[in-house]
Design a binder for this molecule. Structure first.
Ligand code: PRP
Ligand code: URA
Length: 209
């Protein structure tokens, strides 16, 4: 069964408070999402394999570790997921980035796919699907379906805020996909928004309404 990890690091929790705050403007919101994405990338890459190498220091030879070259892929769900990509690439610059475009139909709340572009070697990569919000879970489930349909076998899902309903939907549909979040909120409202959440992530990132 999929595991759910809540990143309770104080820096993540502190920044998330200002991301939630309705008084935070677009510029600051974007910067905070970028910073939290970096911090979450640091946590989510904890289990990356290492290999020992010899390195010559100015004094002697040290046995030390480097990443063993596992291929990573970051998949933002457009559009709000884009706000998390640069922050993650600061820590894992060798990762390839694929894009999955989905929007949530405002009436049915069902995800509608409009764009998919992935790295060519899908089967060989470990993917992290990113989106600030996991609400009904429809977008996350659809994005992961889309990746699996194209051959991906190793997938994690990472978001800032999740609803309990959304987490259950993703766990049920994709028991092999672990979920990494900064906060698990209370519930969804009648419009499918996370309560208390942060509002509409895409609108807050890009200043649209
Ligand atoms: C938001 C958010 C997620 C989705 C979550 O995107 O960024 O992708 O809603 O909701 P769900 O779990 O109920 O599917 P939205 O559809 O508003 O599109 P946007 O990023 O283009 O604004
Ligand atoms: N999408 C958002 O951007 N916010 C929510 O609360 C739910 C879906």
């Amino acid at each position: 069964m999929a595991k759910v990890y809540v990143f309770d690091h104080p820096l993540i929790q502190h920044k998330l408070t200002y991301i939630r705050d309705k008084r935070t403007g677009t510029k600051e919101f974007r910067e905070l999402v970028d910073e939290v994405a970096s911090l979450m990338a640091f946590e989510i890459t904890r289990d990356l394999p290492l290999q020992e190498v010899d390195v010559e220091t100015p004094v002697s030879v040290a046995k030390s570790n480097v990443l063993s070259g596992k291929k990573l892929g970051i998949i933002p769900i457009l559009r709000a997921g884009l706000g998390m990509v640069e922050g993650m690439l600061k820590l894992i610059p060798a990762a390839k980035v694929g894009h999955i475009g989905l929007y949530r139909d405002p009436e049915t709340l069902q995800p509608v796919e409009y764009y998919v572009k992935l790295p060519s070697d899908v089967e060989e990569r470990d993917f992290i699907v990113v989106d600030p919000m996991l609400a009904t879970g429809g977008s996350a489930v659809e994005a992961i379906n889309s990746l699996k349909k194209r051959g991906a076998t190793s997938i994690k899902f990472m978001c800032l805020i999740a609803s309990p309903e959304g987490v259950e939907v993703v766990k049920e549909a994709h028991p092999d996909v672990d979920i990494f979040i900064a906060a698990l909120d209370e519930k969804l409202n009648e419009k499918g928004y996370i309560v208390p959440g942060l509002g509409d992530a895409g609108d807050r990132l890009y200043g649209t309404k």
